[in-house]
Ligand binder design. Structure first.
Ligand SMILES: Cc1cc2nc3c(=O)[nH]c(=O)nc-3n(C[C@H](O)[C@H](O)[C@H](O)COP(=O)(O)OP(=O)(O)OC[C@H]3O[C@@H](n4cnc5c(N)ncnc54)[C@H](O)[C@@H]3O)c2cc1C
Length: 409
């Protein structure tokens, strides 16, 4: 009894395989990967540089339906765990701004090369073009069946076949039926770290403009979260890291979401109002189209005026009534965009929802099926941008690998 099967050769699967081999050198470990190579997604991470963990791993950077259970699991996963793992296979890292940690050579390809070398060093068997479609458990262990009909026998199985995001990188959600087959249930799936689609008649003219602002997401009147940073305006809605982060809060497709942009985050409402009043006093005959130039992007000013129905733009600044000025200031401090949804799974970096965390033990073994383990994005955890998702994948994979290796000993 020493055969370990790992379904899915991504970040979690490779970390699981390597830690299993380090823990139990006698184990016969096989990775079954649906694509023609393992670790394809890793090459795309961090814009080709692989932001592989973060110096500040805290629960606030993660989303799950079960934050209390997530906090328990994360408490065993500090940054050092990922760094020590990579050092054990020869990769050194460095920290950049906001705690983001990258490989020292800044190449995602190097991270994958190092992982592939370790797979070879530990004699881990890799079967590519092997999309798993079924799994059964019996007293004699597990039988895993691939799309082409080939079957594989294991004494333990780790499911690391990822989520539904970025299907072009092999992850179209095939892991969930396998988990269900082993008795698991999962929280509704939704795309995370994905641009927001908004209903607005001004966005078309703003395509490509970037603006540093404070963005808050509301569900009805409740503020869900807020982000400071550079928003990219697109013809369909909002992109850029703050918009991607806010998408992780949109777990209810029927809810009424609104994004509000504060274009002057460094100024209070009253300060901005005084400044605009002063500009009007100084330049009363200046048209609306130009009276705030030097403070705000020209096209954004046009769009804000349009939103407030302050037209035509040839009107003079001095012609603004008190109510009109108040409306202008409150729009500059809280420009509302009704959010109608997000872009599709193709554009998402991670999956919200997944197998319930209550259904796994601290070592990532299943509470439904002995000898079965789950790790990585298949679980109900999605992290912010900044290395949090890969950190979860490596650490949960390592924990599952260690435990499964002991189980088959
Ligand atoms: C463009 C992009 C950039 C990203 N950048 C970052 C970043 O810089 N930092 C960060 O922390 N996170 C980043 N992420 C998120 C991160 O890559 C994932 O959260 C992480 O890879 C999840 O690891 P995983 O092993 O659980 O799943 P994956 O890495 O998705 O691996 C799952 C593997 O299982 C295989 N598979 C699927 N179904 C089957 C099946 N039925 N049978 C056999 N094999 C199967 C897939 O082909 C895949 O190889 C990024 C994601 C994307 C899409």
């Amino acid at each position: 009894m020493n055969r370990l099967l790992i379904i899915g050769g991504g970040a979690a699967g490779m970390a699981a395989a390597i830690r299993a081999a380090q823990t139990n050198p006698e184990a016969q470990i096989t990775i079954l990967e649906g694509l023609d190579r393992v670790g394809k997604k890793i090459l795309a991470t961090g814009n080709g540089r692989c932001n592989l963990t973060n110096a500040y791993i805290t629960p606030e950077h993660y989303h799950s339906q079960d934050p209390a259970r997530l906090e328990q699991l994360l408490s065993r996963m500090d940054t050092q765990r990922t760094l020590t793992f990579f050092q054990s296979i020869g990769l050194y890292c460095m920290e950049e701004d906001m705690g983001r940690i990258y490989p020292y050579c800044k190449q995602a390809a190097m991270v994958l090369d190092i992982l592939l070398l370790a797979l070879q060093r530990y004699h881990i068997h890799v079967v590519c073009n092997c999309r798993v479609t079924d799994i059964t458990a019996s007293k004699k262990g597990f039988t895993v069946t691939a799309e082409n009909g080939t079957t594989y026998r294991g004494d333990a199985v780790i499911l690391t076949a990822g989520g539904r995001a970025a299907p072009k990188q092999g992850t179209s959600g095939t892991s969930y039926p396998l988990a269900v087959k082993m008795g698991h249930r999962y929280a509704r799936l939704y795309p995370c770290l994905v641009p927001l689609q908004c209903r607005s008649n001004v966005l078309k003219g703003l395509k490509g403009i970037r603006v540093t602002c404070h963005t808050a997401l509301y569900r009805g009147k409740q503020k869900l979260s807020e982000e400071l940073g550079e928003i990219q305006l697109t013809d369909y809605g909002l992109s850029g890291i703050p918009a991607l982060q806010l998408s992780c809060w949109m777990d209810n497709k029927d809810a009424d979401y609104t994004a509000r942009l504060d274009l002057f985050p460094d100024w209070s409402y009253d300060d901005l109002r005084s400044l605009i009043q002063q500009r009007i006093r100084e330049f009363p005959n200046e048209p609306l189209a130009t009276f705030l130039l030097g403070l705000i992007h020209k096209k954004i000013l046009y769009a804000v005026c349009k939103t407030c129905s302050l037209e035509p733009l040839s009107r003079t600044a001095g012609s603004l009534s008190r109510q009109e000025m108040d409306l202008l200031v409150s729009t500059l401090k809280g420009w509302k965009f009704p959010v109608t949804g997000t872009l599709s799974w193709d554009h998402a970096q991670v999956t919200g929802g997944g197998v319930f965390l209550q259904e796994i033990n601290d070592d990532f073994s299943s509470r439904r099926q002995p000898g079965f383990y789950l790790a990585g994005e298949v679980l109900d955890v999605a992290g912010d941008c900044g290395g949090y998702n890969l950190h979860w994948a490596w650490c949960s994979g390592m924990a599952a690998g260690e435990a499964a290796a002991q189980w088959i000993q």
